[in-house]
Design a protein around this ligand. Structure first.
Ligand code: PLP
Length: 392
């Protein structure tokens, strides 16, 4: 099937939630993908931060093949070896606690919200989230998200959420009440345009949470597992959250989300309090376990840091040339280029030239390359971008 046929079929039978799309991808290898007409693209979006190891990494393919022919799914009525091993590895590299597995980022955040309310003191239920936040598309996580556009028309929204100004500790203090049970924050905001939480702010936040017996939840769904140059983004701040949520990169494309919670918190869940049919099944856990082992074995966090610095340098040079580039923001391989104008047209032009990127908010070009990216790949991406910017 060629692109035109796939687009036609898709438009006829798929709900129109994703708007206008023109590319149908059918094959991937490393940092590259091919569309149904055979056109090759350099993928600097990685399935929105999912394909951290690039496409079809041979060790992931092997692990999935092996698992798929052994045992795919059993439900959580039984113990699952791969799930227990994955949890052990995540805990070994974070903090003393336990994991819950689900199928997506939104579900991981839902689990965190439920656990925070279950584990807190009686009478507490409010969750504070930040301006510019994105936490998912379920009813609770869309309420936690700071985007009225996504909330319009689906009201009534669940209660118990408050919004504080990102990086403003005074604003957080004003939001806290006797009912506050948790503060949820992305250490690096992805969807709103790559904004990094400041170190002082995060340290103050931790102190405040300790003083007021509030759980601190880090949503590392987009920024976690090595993308920022550390395995977990919280490591940049010399503090620990009480809960971390993960998804995206964890399964190398197989759907898996995770909630990691410290021991004092995770005891809030008792049998029957939370569950998932598919969550943490042998297949997704085998993919996630292999992904995590590969990231650790190859020190991909460090590589992401190094490549991110190289990339940002090149982008800074572009900024000096083009006054319409307002700011280059980012950490590791999570980078945003803020423009003076809407970036949709540049994204489309880059696509045509064989580079996949997207817009985060209306005027920020977002780059989320896979961790396996090389200087040569970055040079190629920057050259395409430079050429498109020059011709504006
Ligand atoms: C920070 C953050 N949290 C939560 C989510 C929701 O994840 P999912 O789309 O897997 O439900 C996303 C997705 O973009 C995200 O970036």
């Amino acid at each position: 099937m060629k692109t035109a046929e796939i687009v036609k079929l898709s438009k006829r039978y798929i709900m129109n939630t994703y708007g206008e799309r023109s590319i149908a991808l059918v094959k991937g290898k490393g940092a590259y993908v091919w569309d149904a007409d055979g056109k090759k693209y350099l993928d600097f979006l990685s399935g929105i931060a999912v394909n951290a190891l690039g496409h079809c990494h041979p060790e992931i393919v092997e692990a999935v093949k092996k698992q798929v022919s052994t045992l795919i799914h059993v439900s959580n009525l039984y113990h699952i070896k791969q799930q227990a091993e994955l949890a052990e590895l995540l805990i070994k590299h974070s903090f003393k606690g336990k994991c819950f597995f689900c199928n997506s980022g939104a579900e991981a955040n839902e689990a965190a919200i439920k656990l925070a309310r279950k584990a807190t003191e009686p009478g507490k239920s409010e969750i504070i989230t930040m301006t510019g936040s994105f936490h998912g598309r379920t009813l609770a996580t869309i309420t936690a998200t700071d985007n009225i556009k996504y909330q319009k028309g689906i009201e009534p929204l669940p209660g118990g959420f408050k919004r504080a100004v990102f990086n403003d500790i005074g604003s957080v203090k004003k939001c806290i009440s006797d009912k506050t049970c948790a503060i949820m924050i992305e250490p690096v905001q992805g969807e709103s345009g790559i904004y990094i939480a400041k170190k002082d702010f995060m340290i103050e936040l931790r102190k405040l949470c300790d003083e007021r017996k509030i759980f601190l939840i880090f949503d590392e769904i987009q920024c976690g597992l090595g993308r920022t140059g550390k395995l977990f983004a919280y490591e940049h701040y010399n503090i620990e959250p009480d809960m971390i949520t993960l998804a995206k990169s964890l399964g190398s494309g197989l759907p898996i989300g995770a909630l990691i919670a410290k021991d004092k918190t995770n005891s809030g869940f008792e049998p029957g309090d939370h569950a998932s049919t598919f969550g943490g099944n042998p297949l997704c856990c085998a993919a996630a376990l292999t992904t995590l082992k590969i990231i650790l074995k190859n020190n991909f966090s460090q590589h992401a840091w190094k490549m991110g610095a190289y990339f940002k340098n090149k982008l800074e040079a572009l900024k000096k040339k083009y006054s319409f580039i307002r700011e280059i923001r980012g950490i590791g391989l999570m980078i945003g280029v803020e423009l003076d104008f809407e970036c949709k047209e540049i994204v489309e032009k880059c696509q045509k030239a064989g580079l996949l990127i997207n817009c985060a908010s209306d005027n920020v070009l977002r780059f989320l390359p896979p961790f396996i990216v090389s200087e040569k790949d970055i040079d190629k991406a920057v050259n395409i971008l430079k050429f498109k910017l020059r011709r504006l």
